[in-house]
Ligand binder design. Structure first.
Ligand code: CUA
Length: 373
């Protein structure tokens, strides 16, 4: 234990791992860097509070003017005392020097992720989190699954406004800034579930921008991520549209609304109708109908949807900027099918306001994907 750890736990404070009055439970390898400094400062506060109060009471009694005495200011009282002044300058200077050193040391440690960190890409947007595991091709939203005892590095960005990611049990917090990447890292030391908050006011539903960090032992972690990576393979065809809405749509959500509102890209509402009848107009002046049908570029309308996901710059819909990145290599064939089916069955999955229907009835859903490549 470091000198600081000793100071921090030579009590008045709380144990640094189980949590207590001042601090929540701690579950990361770096939590002590935060807790030790907090308890160190707190203990200094207790000490000086007690010292000041004791001296105050003592002086009030010792130097109290008795009723029989007259107060006389003779002008020969001491005006300064060099040893005393040096003492009350040197001790605080030393204390703040130590605090700066401890704070800086912890800060630098937290700012520098270990080289072998497990990478997760985080997108914060009004009002949800998206966690992508590039090593598994898996995307999570309400939950972030991480391995126990392995450093995890989050690379974070936001497409809209300022958010901030905060996991109290890990003592880590970092702003998520539109137009740039920020990062933070932690190493979970206890399996379990920990709350993850947005801690920067970001609009109406800021307080609902919550997620859970699920810490799993290494073997369980790999099994869980492997299962998530393959889950779409085990899903019945008729459940694919609902799968796409709950598991894949969050990656489209920041640009494509479900309720008809235009965003960075066209809304998904009515998209299938516009596609089917070929009424979509492109920036080059052509209409989807011109490219569709037997012998055309898109034999069936489903192929246009597929092409728009894999090759989004091919045709840009009029009045839009063509800001979409390709999802080639990020989505498996069956996931692309699922998205196409989600678009085709939009009305069955989503109500008029664009909210997902609780238990959608997909018994008579159109689950033909056009058979295209
Ligand atoms: Cu995002 Cu508050």
């Amino acid at each position: 234990m470091s000198m600081l750890g000793l100071l921090a736990t030579t009590k008045l404070g709380e144990a640094t791992s189980g949590g207590g009055f001042w601090m929540p439970e701690s579950a990361s390898s770096t939590a002590h860097a935060v807790d030790d400094v907090f308890y160190f400062i707190n203990n200094i506060n207790y000490f000086f509070f007690a010292l000041v109060i004791v001296i105050l009471i003592w002086f009030a009694i010792r130097y109290r003017t008795k009723p029989s005495e007259h107060t006389v200011f003779a002008g020969d009282a001491p005006t300064h005392n060099t040893p005393l002044e040096l003492t009350w300058t040197a001790i605080p200077l030393l204390l703040v020097g130590v605090l700066f050193w401890l704070g800086m040391d912890g800060y630098l440690h937290l700012a520098d992720p270990p080289d072998n960190s497990y990478p997760v890409s985080v997108t914060a947007q009004k009002w949800s989190w998206t966690f992508e595991h590039p090593e598994y091709g898996v995307t999570e939203s309400a939950e972030l699954t991480v391995p126990l005892g392995r450093p995890v590095r989050l690379l974070m960005t936001s497409p809209d406004v300022l958010h901030s990611l905060y996991v109290p049990a890990f003592r880590v917090k970092q702003d998520v800034v539109p137009g740039r990447y920020t990062s933070l890292w932690f190493e979970a030391t206890k399996p379990g579930q920990y709350r993850l908050y947005c801690t920067e006011y970001c609009g109406k539903d800021h307080s609902l921008m919550l997620a859970v960090v699920n810490v799993l032992p290494e073997a369980e972690f790999q099994a869980h991520l492997g299962k998530l990576a393959r889950e779409y393979e085990d899903i019945a065809d008729k459940d694919l549209p609902a799968y796409a809405l709950t598991r894949l749509y969050n990656r489209c959500a920041s640009c494509h609304s479900l309720d008809g509102k235009s965003g960075t890209g066209p809304s998904f509402k009515g998209l299938w109708e516009r596609t089917k009848n070929g009424s979509t107009v492109f920036t080059d002046g052509s209409t989807l109908k011109d490219h569709m049908g037997p012998g055309g570029e898109y034999e069936v309308p489903e192929n246009y949807l597929r092409d728009s996901i894999l090759n989004p710059q091919h045709y840009i819909v009029q009045n839009y900027a063509g800001a979409m990145p390709t999802f080639k290599g990020q989505l498996k064939q069956r996931q692309i099918d699922a998205l196409v089916l989600m678009l085709k069955n939009h009305d069955k999955l989503v109500d008029a306001e664009g909210n997902p229907i609780e238990a959608p009835n997909l018994d008579d859903a159109d689950i033909s994907t056009g058979g295209g490549k």
